[in-house]
Design a binder for this molecule. Sequence first.
Ligand code: NAD
Length: 496
Amino acid sequence: MNTQLFINGEFKDSDELQKVINPSTGEVIAEVSLASEYDVLSAVSAARIAFDHKDWTGLSLAQRKGFLLKISQGILDKAGELANLETLNTGKPIKESTFMDIPSAAETFRYFGENLEKFLKPEIKNVSTQIAHVQANLLREPLGVAVLIVPWNYPLLIACWKLAQALAAGNTIVLKPSSLTPLSVLELAQIVKDAGLPNGVVNVIVGSGEKIGKALCSDKRVDMISFTGSNEVGKRILEYSSENVKKLIMELGGKSASIICNDADLESAVNSSLCSIFLNQGQMCTAMSRILVEADIYDQFVNDFVNKAQRIKLGVGGDFETQMGPLISEAQRKRVIACIEQAKKDDARIICGGKIPAAEEFKNGFFFEPTVITEVKPQSDIFKEEVFGPVVCISKFVKLDEAISLANQADFALAACVWSKDEAKAAEISGQLNAGTIWVNTYGMFFNELPYGGFKQSGFGKELGKEGFLEYTRLKDVIVDKTKEAKPLVNYWYGF
Ligand code: NAD
């Protein structure tokens, strides 16, 4: 298990250590080195020098592609080990790490490796006017040093999304995982080292955002920051980066809604809605934490949903039978409990869960029962604020307009679901929903081919797809005069 910082191609200790906890048992599983401000400066210097010396951009695109494919293969070669590590550190069910997080992480490197030449191909535009004819070459260049800051809910997968795109685009990197969940990303650093990337191209530092965030995000040698995390921290990063105007991608929180129409396939809608709030213990930015159900199927939906929610098997992350693991930390569990207490004060009804499971096996982990809340007032906090836990509000609607307006009332606008067998109706509703991604008759499909990212308080910029990839580049416009005979006006403007 790697526990050291990775700077300029070397693993190194630091003076300060931080305990890493297994949320399933509360046990300490590792002590990792925490970066000091000095380590931040070293990591940024290494990335800056590697970029300025063209250690990465100087390679051909085919060589760059080769390195990305090697990293992809390196992840696959260690897939079992990485899945175990991810589950040990996050508590997420091993089935999710094994079949979702790790293969998707490898696939992202493969996809951007395979496509970088196509995506970076310069575009040529000819422009003719009465006075001039020019040919413009629109060039896609890397931005320079990219700081990538990752949350704890999908530590390896989100790190790989950002790293694969930023590297494919030609940037050099300082990657910072959450200090709660650094282990899989430190293993990724080893995979990068084994793949033989030049020193300094990728640097990984673990550290408390409070302590090193400002040094990292306000350093003028950094050209871009791609951040995924909470709104609160996102706003701080906006402040830090404003000192020297950096390119930003902000993937922040959510309070997503699913609209279930009376002509939906009820069984699929119930089953998918369970995943949309209980996968990864509800610790998903796109969690459908509000389900809006048309009145005539409401009772049936709630009944089926609760019956199935109560059958979800809680357990330690490492057990293949486990369907729901613990929350990430005691602090997160306290936050979830506080949200539920507030909902009760606001006269909502907890009809399922709402407490810590009593069984002895859950005593030391940070477990919490799948929770369903009804009779929720639209103005209450539980309907407006992100909980980031296995807690869902189910509300009834009579008219579609009412459902759309409830869905859109949140300050967030990350994702939404629409359930209806009528494609035209689903398209009409999707058009009116204010969210960056809308799933129709499904949930949670992420593809390397498709851009993803929210609006409003959910942030700005996209990840994935050609559009997300291009966020990690800058566009340079080289305009060449091609005017025949007559020179362009500017060349004889002063009459000389
Ligand atoms: P967080 O904001 O607390 O931390 C995210 C990262 O920022 C961590 O690496 C943390 O160490 C770092 N950080 C903390 N303070 C910092 C500072 N002052 N300067 C720089 N970096 C700092 O978020 P979290 O608790 O790890 O994750 C949960 C949040 O992430 C939720 O709000 C969730 O919605 C959001 N999220 C969003 C998406 C998305 O794609 N929109 C995806 C996953 C998670």
